[in-house]
Write a protein that binds this ligand. Structure first.
Ligand SMILES: C[S@@+](CC[C@H](N)C(=O)[O-])C[C@H]1O[C@@H](n2cnc3c(N)ncnc32)[C@H](O)[C@@H]1O
Length: 327
C-alpha cells in the first residue's frame, strides 16, 4: 500500500521532476562549456541529496551547498527533489535505490547508497588512527564539513575549475572551511603529493586518502602513481577507493551493451571518458590484492557488487601501506 501511494504521488508530480531534469542537463552542459567544471560531480551528489531529502542519510551541508552550486541551485532542486521528497513523506516508503544504509543482500539498485555507506564507514572507523584526510577528486563531497571530524585536518584535491566552483559555493553558503586546505591540480599533470606538501601537508603523519568516484576516469599510469604515493606515506596510511570493473566494456551480450551505453551517455552529457583498469571477475579479489601488492599496499577490505553474480558492476577497496602492518 505504501509503495502504491509512493508511486501515485510520484506520477502526479513527475512533470515537475521532468522540468527539473531538463534544466539540470542544460546547466550541466553550460557549466562545462563556460567554466570547465566537471559535470560528473553532480551524479553522486544528487544521489546523496535525495537520501538526505527522504530522510535516510543526513547531509545538511550538502543541502546548503546544493542551493549555491550552478547546476542544483534554484529552481532545479526544488523541481527535481520535490516529487521524491513528497512521495516519500506522504507514503512512508523509500525506494531501494535511496534506502540507507542499504539492506542485505546488496542489490545493484543500491549502488550509490552502498558507495556512500562504504566511504562513510571506512572513514569513520579510521578517523581515530589518522591525523589528516586527503580527498582526491573531492567534487561536492561534504565529509570534511561534518562536525564529527572537526579534529582532523582535511585536504581537498580537484581540478582547478571544479574546486573554484566549490569554494565559491561554500563561501556563499557560509559553510566553515577553515580546517580544509584546497589544492587545485590535474592528476595527469602534477604529483598530488608534491602539491600537498607545498600546501602544508605533513607526509610524516598517518593519512587517510579518499578516492571516491575517480579511478574510472584515470589512466593506469596515474592510478599506479596514486597507489605508490599512498604506499610512501607515513605508516598507518590508508586509501579507500571504488571502481567500475573493466569487464563492463570487454563483455558481450546485454551486460556489455549496458557498459557501452554508459560510456556513450557519460561522454555525451559530461564529455568524460571511462578508462577501466581494475577487474571484477571471479578472481577479482586476488587480482586487486596483487595489483596493490605490486605498489606496496595491502588489501584490507574488498567487495564487488554484481548483477546475478556473474556480471560485476562495481568494486570497493580499502588498502593500507605495508609499513603499517609491520608496526
Ligand atoms: C564523479 S566525481 C566524484 C566526486 C566526489 N569524489 C564524489 O564522490 O562525490 C569525479 C571527480 O574527480 C575529479 N577528477 C577527475 N579527473 C581528474 C583529474 N585528472 N585531475 C583532478 N581531478 C579529477 C573531478 O573534477 C570530480 O571532482
Amino acid at each position: 500500500m505504501r509503495r502504491l501511494v509512493f508511486i501515485l504521488v510520484s506520477i502526479v508530480l513527475s512533470p515537475l521532476m521532468l522540468v527539473g531534469v531538463m534544466i539540470y542537463m542544460f546547466r550541466v552542459r553550460r557549466a562545462l562549456k563556460r567554466r570547465g567544471v566537471d559535470g560528473t560531480t553532480y551524479e553522486p551528489f544528487t544521489a546523496r541529496l535525495v537520501m538526505h531529502d527522504v530522510g535516510t542519510r543526513s547531509d545538511p551541508v550538502a543541502r546548503r551547498l546544493a542551493s549555491r552550486l550552478t547546476v542544483t541551485g534554484p529552481p532545479v532542486w526544488a523541481l527535481f527533489g520535490l516529487p521524491m521528497r513528497s512521495a516519500a513523506h506522504l507514503s512512508g516508503h523509500v525506494p531501494t535505490v535511496f534506502d540507507f544504509p542499504p539492506g542485505k543482500p546488496h542489490k545493484l539498485m543500491s549502488v550509490m547508497a552502498l558507495r556512500a555507506e562504504f566511504f562513510d564507514r571506512t572513514l569513520e572507523s579510521a578517523s581515530g588512527d589518522v591525523a589528516q584526510v586527503v580527498i582526491l577528486g573531492a567534487g561536492w563531497d561534504t565529509r570534511a564539513y561534518n562536525a564529527i571530524y572537526s579534529k582532523l585536518r582535511f585536504f581537498e584535491v580537484d581540478e582547478p575549475a571544479t574546486q573554484q566552483e566549490k569554494r565559491e559555493a561554500l563561501a556563499s553558503a557560509a559553510i566553515d572551511a577553515s580546517h580544509v586546505t584546497f589544492v587545485p591540480l590535474d592528476f595527469n599533470e602534477k604529483s598530488w603529493r608534491d602539491e600537498l606538501v607545498r600546501a602544508g601537508f605533513d607526509p610524516d603523519l598517518p593519512t587517510y586518502v579518499i578516492w571516491e568516484g575517480v579511478s574510472m576516469y584515470l589512466d593506469q599510469k596515474v592510478i599506479e602513481e596514486t597507489l605508490q604515493t599512498v604506499a610512501g606515506l607515513a605508516p598507518g596510511s590508508m586509501i579507500a577507493f571504488d571502481y567500475l570493473p573493466r569487464e563492463l566494456f570487454t563483455s558481450g551480450g546485454f551486460y556489455g551493451l549496458i557498459g557501452r551505453y554508459m560510456k556513450f551517455g557519460f561522454g555525451l552529457l559530461y564529455g568524460t571518458e571511462f578508462k577501466l583498469f581494475f577487474p571484477g571477475g571471479g578472481d577479482a579479489r586476488d587480482e586487486v590484492a596483487s595489483i596493490l601488492k605490486g605498489q606496496n599496499l595491502e588489501l584490507r577490505d574488498f567487495e564487488v557488487l554484481a548483477y546475478r553474480t556473474q556480471y560485476p558492476a562495481y568494486g570497493f577497496v580499502l588498502a593500507n601501506n605495508v609499513s603499517a602492518t609491520r608496526e
